[in-house]
Design a protein around this ligand. Structure first.
Ligand SMILES: Nc1nc2c(ncn2[C@@H]2O[C@H](COP(=O)(O)OP(=O)(O)OP(=O)(O)O)[C@@H](O)[C@H]2O)c(=O)[nH]1
Length: 587
């Protein structure tokens, strides 16, 4: 049970499971760390995007400044062109002066808009500081020129307004002249001259060059002179001539003023354009600088992110590869081999002799070798134990045999190989008790070789021994078929116990024995019969409880004694009353 408990480990206690758990923990920690790194990188990237956006905004503000400078200049020019358009195509004298306020308001709005964007720009580098200072330096003259230009445009508009008033008066005068009902024939040429002078004055108002102005003014003067020096002028005509003359003077001064103002305005426009270009260039340079630093920072950040991502990717691949190699190594070199060693150990425990893995020089190989030595020692011990067991069994067997032979020896007479006297009495004791219990006849025959001393003397002691053995074998052969026992009683004397034999049967048995001996014809030169003979004392008794077998032996001994005394070679039977009932002589 204990072995089974040890062999069936719970998953949590298995080394492989634990190692997998450790590797899984390492892998999870790595994933968490990498995830956290990527998250941090993403946050940094987002922060940088915000920063980059701020940079970009600054660049855009710089661009806006540049654009604003250009737009303001353009708008100013548009204003001027609009004004020219009004002057050329809108002849209404009702266009008034509120335009001045409109232009100033527009100018202030431009400046405010520019300043608003400018304030959003702060310098982060000395280079940027230089450019921003330059912008600040340039913006003042720029807006001053804008203001000057606006003032010129306002002034020009005023002059234009004056020109339109003059033109209006001239055209009214022309209308009045055309409305004169009946012009006398001699005055028609005069009226024509007046009309021409008026038309030329109106035309002069639109002259664009000084030369054109002078030429046209000379023409007007010529017309007026032609009319003024005529004698027959009516008061109406004189009044109109004076009026035309006055208006033509106004035409000259106003148009001259207009041309000069126009020239100043053009100069101001050029100055504005120049200042606008300077400011715009400075703003554009700042824009390019900011854009470059934004792009540079952005590309550097992107490169940094890519580099970090690449490093994380490479690190991840290397880490995963190393983890895989570590897993394989642990599994192949540790778990697999430990499992195999464990399996082999279990098989050995179950008695299956499989080869113990011992290859390598590491701890597991040493464990394998140690286990192999242990297995060899165990096998040797088992073998020794088996051999010892075998030897013990053999020794036991021998001991048993020895005991048996000792027992046999202790029971057997060495010379005759028949039961000895001690064994005979042991057997007699148990048989006697049985005979007492079951009322069985017990007969005893005591036998003694006749004239044996003289046999020894004549044939030698060795021959005497041989003779004793021969007679003993004969007795044993005869007793074998009975349930009795024969023993050497001492010297040349034997005793036979015959259970179930009554006296007659015992005598008969003794007679048969005597016959067999006679048939043997063992020579005895010193015996009267010339052969070995036996004297036998036979007795029999059915014992009762309390009877002793000693008495029966004593009776048999008495009977034998009597047989000897009666001449030997005979059987004497005697019952337990000690009366001799039979004597048999076989001489
Ligand atoms: N060879 C041999 N002789 C034995 C042995 N035991 C006893 N004897 C001899 O047996 C003889 C017995 O002699 P005795 O008692 O005088 O008897 P006997 O000569 O047979 O005369 P009876 O018995 O009267 O006829 C002795 O000489 C013993 O030495 C034995 O084991 N071997």
């Amino acid at each position: 049970m204990a072995n089974e408990a040890n062999t069936k480990l719970k998953p949590l206690k298995q080394l492989g499971f634990r190692l997998n758990l450790v590797l899984l923990s390492v892998l999870s920690f790595y994933i968490l760390t990498t995830g956290y790194s990527l998250l941090t990188l993403r946050e940094q990237s987002q922060e940088f995007d915000a920063l980059s956006s701020a940079y970009f905004d600054r660049a855009m503000h710089a661009a806006e400044l540049s654009r604003e400078a250009e737009v303001i200049a353009s708008d100013t020019l548009v204003n001027m062109l609009n004004q020219d358009y009004d002057e050329r195509y809108i002849q209404s004298p009702t266009i008034g002066l509120p335009e001045q306020n409109k232009n100033n308001a527009s100018n202030d709005s431009f400046e405010r808009s520019f300043e608003k964007i400018r304030k959003q720009l702060t310098a982060n580098t000395p280079q940027e500081q230089v450019l921003i200072e330059k912008i600040d330096r340039l913006k003042k003259p720029y807006f001053n020129t804008i203001r000057t230009l606006n003032n010129y445009l306002i002034e020009k508009r005023k002059i234009t307004q004056a020109q339109r008033n003059i033109e209006y008066h001239l055209l009214n005068l022309q209308k009045e002249i055309y409305l004169i009902p009946q012009i006398p024939e001699h005055e028609k040429s005069l009226i024509d001259e007046l009309i021409k002078a008026i038309n030329l004055s109106v035309l002069t108002l639109h002259s664009t060059t000084f030369h054109q102005l002078i030429t046209q003014m000379n023409g007007i003067s010529a017309f007026i002179s032609n009319i003024a020096y005529q004698d027959n002028l009516t008061p109406f005509e004189r009044k109109n001539i004076i009026l035309i003359s006055k208006l033509s003077q106004q035409v000259f001064t106003t148009t001259l003023k207009q041309q000069m103002q126009h020239s100043a305005t053009l100069t101001a426009v050029n100055t504005t354009r120049t200042e606008a270009k300077k400011l715009s260039n400075a703003c554009y340079k700042l824009y390019q600088l900011l854009k470059q630093s934004t792009q540079k920072a952005s590309s550097e950040h992107k490169a940094f992110i890519s580099k970090v991502m690449l490093k994380i990717g490479l690190f991840s691949i290397i880490f995963l590869l190393l983890t895989g190699v570590a897993y394989w190594f642990i599994h192949y070199y540790l778990i697999r081999r430990l499992n195999r060693l464990n399996r082999v150990m279990l098989e050995h425990v179950k008695g299956v002799k499989t080869d113990v893995p011992q290859s390598g020089n590491d701890e597991i190989a040493m464990m394998g070798r140690a286990f192999s030595i242990f297995v060899e020692a165990t096998n040797k011990a088992q073998q020794d134990s088996l051999e010892a067991q075998k030897r013990t069994e053999e020794a036991n067997q021998k001991l048993t045999q020895l005991n048996q032979s000792l027992k046999k020896l202790s029971h057997t007479d060495e010379l005759t190989q028949m039961a000895n006297r001690r064994h005979f009495f042991h057997e007699l004791t148990s048989m006697w008790q049985l005979a007492c219990d079951k009322q069985i006849n017990m007969s005893i025959i005591m036998l003694d070789l006749d004239w044996f001393k003289s046999f020894n003397d004549f044939y030698g002691h060795q021959a005497g021994d041989q003779c004793l053995f021969q007679v003993a074998q004969l007795i044993l052969t005869e007793v074998k078929n009975t349930q009795g026992i024969a023993a050497r009683y001492g010297g040349e004397e034997f005793i036979i116990l015959l259970p179930y034999f009554d006296l007659d049967q015992a005598v008969l048995f003794a007679k048969g024995l005597q016959d067999k001996l006679n048939e043997e014809k063992i020579k005895h030169h010193k015996s009267p019969q010339k052969y070995i003979t036996l004297s036998q004392g036979v007795t029999s008794h059915m014992p009762k409880e309390g009877d002793k077998f000693d008495h029966l032996i004593h009776l048999a001994d008495q009977a034998l004694y009597k047989a000897k005394n009666n001449g030997r070679n005979q059987i004497v039977a005697q019952d337990n009353t000690e009366n001799v009932s039979l004597r048999t002589s076989l001489s």
